[in-house]
Design a protein around this ligand. Structure first.
Ligand SMILES: [Zn+2]
Ligand SMILES: [Zn+2]
Length: 717
């Protein structure tokens, strides 16, 4: 008998008759083996008949499939539906039981060839062939596994489904889509929870059952769930010395209903039941800390991976829902947690799982050694929106280190290098300069934004704000305020900038502490005074000073920076370096007309003599002889600065500069010597070559395609 689609199995045979599969339903047949025909199996005849099922394919095998109700979910459901005898022919180790007399004691898979041989002997084998199909194996020892129907203890989760769904409404999920998505959908189809496990190790179920005969679960049906050691001790009238297996299994008592023997059911808890019990079990509730838990339940916040929607998040939710169906002190109808952050998995650059076999990840310790733990933490926080899988790459961590940690570090170094001599922080700062007013406004704004995002548990968004502030601080504030630190026109000016940068750094470190805990702590300790909290992690998260936020100024500064970026692009396109002064930039933002300070910043940033207003952004790229001369002096100044750096001179070190060049490159310098010497902070410039041994450093540079020789010598003082 074959399904029509499997005709090729006939191998030359003849079709005698065609009919619909329906005709076979209810038909009894003679089994291949008669092991089941014994006294122990009731209604064995019932076991061998043709039944309808929708999980059978007419494209495999013969199109008719043999089922074994105790060894597969589909089979079991069908067996139950048609009242088949539910008996095991295999024991718990997968070996044939005594009733299968030919192979009793043999592991099912090992018996395969013997069974085939037997069929052949009996003339019942039509054809033998290998069929490729997927099969479960033990993940630890690779041995083949069997599906095995077992009696289990269940929690009737399906009965509280409505409440599970209602309690989920009270949880804030980040990312939000998990609430009604992955988790919500899982709740919709919640099934009863088989929470018992048939193994030795584990927390024993505190359930005793009445059994009239030894080793049989057929007592009067009395079940006792023991609620505490105390209760158990009261029942058995003695101390419980060890609540673990096997000792707990020895505890028996008389059934109060029929006088039979109450024995502990042999199963242990599914470890997920214990995970879900964490909020109570960790405090030994309700036996201890009852008040405390009642006051603090539910948890404000938990975090775990996406895979836990069916694991920990779920079991916490189920148990909390059950415990709050009535108010026993924990409140009524409550979830176990109010906020949850769900993160994705860490994958490699190409989106593959990290595996030892592939070797597609570096040792975390090496990453810590190379870039610090902060870099990895901040990379994970900012590279990926919460909930998506992380694509880990060392390059990404390195970029984070450079962009964020190094920038912060250099900002601190800048302060340490250029702060006032004998700097002492003031309690209040009143910024006057537009740069100071702007960056403080940005800082106070940052506080506000980070608090806003953190209160919504949007940590990716909060973390990214940190970096964009650092970018403003380093690439605009510090860059544009260098001259105020290095060559201030008045002491008051330098004082204001030093105070501002100090305030910025210290307040910033308090904001960055949760995101960059190590570097924040290190720099904080470098900056603080004795009277302050002795760890950044002990100081309060700073409150925004709203009166220092100036949204209009921030907007105008944004405009100015936008103009700067465009004008610099025009310079680059024309191939003119920023060091070469230009005459004029025309801009098209009339709202900046009155902003003298901002226009000055723009002039300095873009190195133009004046800014005018017109309909478009236009950069005058004509270089007059005067401008060219000025450009040459700037270039020289830069070269000298680089030599200073190379010679590891400190800003306070004074130098003599020796200079040798053609007349064409000498004249402009001679003409402007006085101003140049002052601007470049040089003691004097001498127009001659000097022997290398008398110099700190020397170099031949090329300016305007001509060679110039420069030598540096430190002054005595
Ligand atoms: Zn195994
Ligand atoms: Zn009983």
């Amino acid at each position: 008998m074959l399904a029509g689609k499997r005709k090729k199995l006939l191998e030359g045979g003849k079709v005698l008759k065609k009919f619909s599969g329906k005709k076979l339903l209810g038909l009894k047949y003679e089994p291949l083996f008669d092991f089941l025909f014994n006294k122990e199996v009731k209604e064995a005849e019932n076991a061998f008949s043709v039944l309808p099922a929708d999980f059978v394919s007419d494209e495999e095998g013969t199109g008719v499939v043999h089922i074994a109700p105790m060894y597969g979910d589909d089979d079991f459901q069908l067996g139950k539906k048609f009242n088949l005898p539910l008996i095991h022919t295999l024991d718990l180790e997968g070996r044939f039981k005594k009733m299968v007399s030919d192979w009793s004691g043999l592991f099912a898979k090992e018996a395969d060839p013997l069974i085939i041989k037997k069929l052949e002997e009996k003339g019942l084998l039509y054809k033998e062939e290998k069929v490729l199909h997927s099969y479960p194996f033990c993940w630890r020892c690779d041995s083949p596994l069997l599906y095995y129907a077992l009696e289990c203890w269940y929690i009737a989760v399906s009965k509280i489904k409505k409440q599970l769904i209602a309690n989920n409404k009270k949880i804030r999920w980040v990312p939000g889509h998990i609430k009604e998505g992955r988790f919500g959908k899982w709740l919709l189809q919640a099934r009863d929870w088989a929470f018992s496990r048939n193994r030795f190790w584990g927390a024993p179920l505190p359930i005793w059952q009445c059994q009239s005969k030894k080793g049989e679960n057929k007592g009067c049906g009395n079940v006792k769930v023991v609620g505490s050691f105390k209760e158990l001790e009261k029942i058995v009238k003695r101390k419980i010395k060890d609540p673990h297996r096997p000792y707990i299994d020895e505890i028996e008592f008389n059934c109060p209903k029929c006088g039979g023997k109450m024995k502990r059911t042999p199963e242990v808890f599914d470890c997920w039941f214990e995970s879900g019990s964490m909020p109570y079990a960790q405090w030994h509730y309700p036996f201890e800390n009852k008040r405390f838990l009642e006051k603090t339940f539910p948890a404000d916040f938990i975090a775990e991976g996406l895979d836990q929607t069916r694991g920990w998040f779920y079991t916490l939710h189920v148990i909390a829902t059950i415990l709050t169906l009535k108010d026993i002190g924990l409140g009524k109808n409550r979830p176990a947690f109010l906020n949850v952050i769900v993160n994705g998995l860490v994958l490699d650059e190409k989106g593959r799982k990290l595996s030892k076999k592939l070797g597609n990840y570096p040792e975390p310790k090496e990453i810590f050694d190379r870039y610090g733990a902060d870099a990895l933490r901040y990379f994970l926080l900012t590279s990926t929106p919460i909930g998506q899988d992380y694509r880990f790459s060392e390059k990404g961590v390195q970029d984070t280190w450079r962009r964020t940690l190094l920038t912060l570090w250099n900002s601190y170094l800048f302060f340490e290098t250029y702060k006032e001599k004998g700097f002492s922080p003031k309690k209040r700062i009143i910024p006057k300069n537009v740069l100071n007013r702007w960056i403080i406004s940005r800082l106070e704004q940052l506080k506000q934004e980070v608090i806003f995002e953190m209160e919504r548990y949007e940590i990716t968004k909060a973390a990214r704000k940190i970096n964009s502030f650092l970018e403003d601080l380093s690439n605009w504030y510090i860059r544009r305020s260098r001259d105020y630190f290095k060559k201030p026109k008045q002491k008051r000016e330098k004082d204001e900038f030093s105070q501002t940068l100090y305030y910025l750094l210290k307040e910033f470190l308090k904001i960055s502490a949760p995101f960059l805990p190590f570097i924040s702590e290190y720099l904080y300790l470098e900056l603080i005074e004795k009277k302050e909290p002795q760890s950044v992690h002990l100081s309060d998260f700073p409150k925004p000073k709203k009166n220092l936020i100036d949204g209009k100024l921030e907007e105008k500064m944004r405009l100015a920076r936008e103009i700067a970026a465009k004008a610099l692009a025009k310079r680059a396109k024309a191939g003119i370096k920023v060091r070469q002064p230009l005459l004029e930039l025309q801009i098209n933002k009339p709202e900046l007309k009155k902003e003298k300070e901002l226009l000055n910043i723009l002039k300095e940033e873009l190195n133009v003599k004046k800014i005018t207003f017109g309909r478009t952004l236009k950069l005058n790229t004509k270089i007059t002889p005067e401008l060219k001369e000025e450009g040459l002096l700037r270039e020289l100044s830069r070269q000298i600065q680089q030599l200073r750096k190379k010679a590891r001179l400190k800003p306070k070190d004074k130098i003599f500069v020796y200079y040798f060049a053609s007349a064409q490159l000498k004249k402009p310098l001679e003409k402007n010597k006085k101003l140049f010497v002052k601007e470049a902070q040089i003691k004097d410039i001498i127009f001659e070559k000097k022997a290398k041994k008398d110099l700190l450093i020397e170099k031949e540079v090329s300016i305007c395609e001509k060679k110039i020789w420069i030598g540096l010598k430190k002054t005595k003082n």
